[in-house]
Ligand binder design. Structure first.
Ligand SMILES: [Mg+2]
Length: 171
């Protein structure tokens, strides 16, 4: 069980994921979770730093797409601001949306990035895809997420005590 919630990489912030590292490791396609990864869940505007990060990745030829379990006007607005392709109401960790986005990006080596072990990481690992776990931006979460965060905390401790959790790095 533990291996399905164990990320391949761990970073503190999305901005610790550099175009240089992605290119060096052959990740020319990445999928980024929206809420509490790209921007806090209680914000509507993508910050200038995130917009710059997306632009820098594009300039290096890296294809970026967004994924979210949420939908509606707020998420649509965020997707519009970035101009990126996206899968909304993704139902992570179910593999269907991962399959859909992988197909939409033309397959190949795709890296997933997200802040939740029980959705982002679990879904990617079930689907056999590499995943970066990023520290949550801490925006107010859905009540279901607040419940699963308790289980997540337990799993994080298990991963750390078993020596499986990757060290937080700047990539
Ligand atoms: Mg999230």
């Amino acid at each position: 069980m533990l291996k399905y919630v164990c990320p391949d990489y761990r970073i503190k912030s999305l901005f610790d994921l550099s175009p240089k590292w992605l290119k060096r490791n052959g990740y020319m396609k990445i999928v980024v979770d929206i809420d509490n990864t790209l921007l806090p869940r209680d914000k509507n505007l993508v910050g200038p730093r995130a917009m710059t990060w997306i632009r820098q990745l594009h300039q290096q030829g890296i294809n970026v797409a967004l994924i979210s379990n949420n939908g509606g006007d707020r998420i649509k607005g965020i997707v519009r601001q970035t101009g990126l392709g996206a899968v909304m109401r993704a139902a992570k960790p179910l593999p269907l949306s991962y399959k859909r986005i992988v197909k939409g990006m033309g397959g190949g080596k795709i890296l997933f990035v997200g802040d939740q072990l029980l959705t982002d990481v679990l879904g990617a690992k079930i689907s056999g895809l590499p995943v970066v776990w990023v520290q949550s931006l801490g925006g107010k979460e859905h009540f279901i997420t607040r419940c699963t965060r308790k289980l997540e905390k337990f799993l994080i401790n298990r991963l750390i005590s078993s020596g499986k959790m990757p060290k937080e790095r700047v990539l």
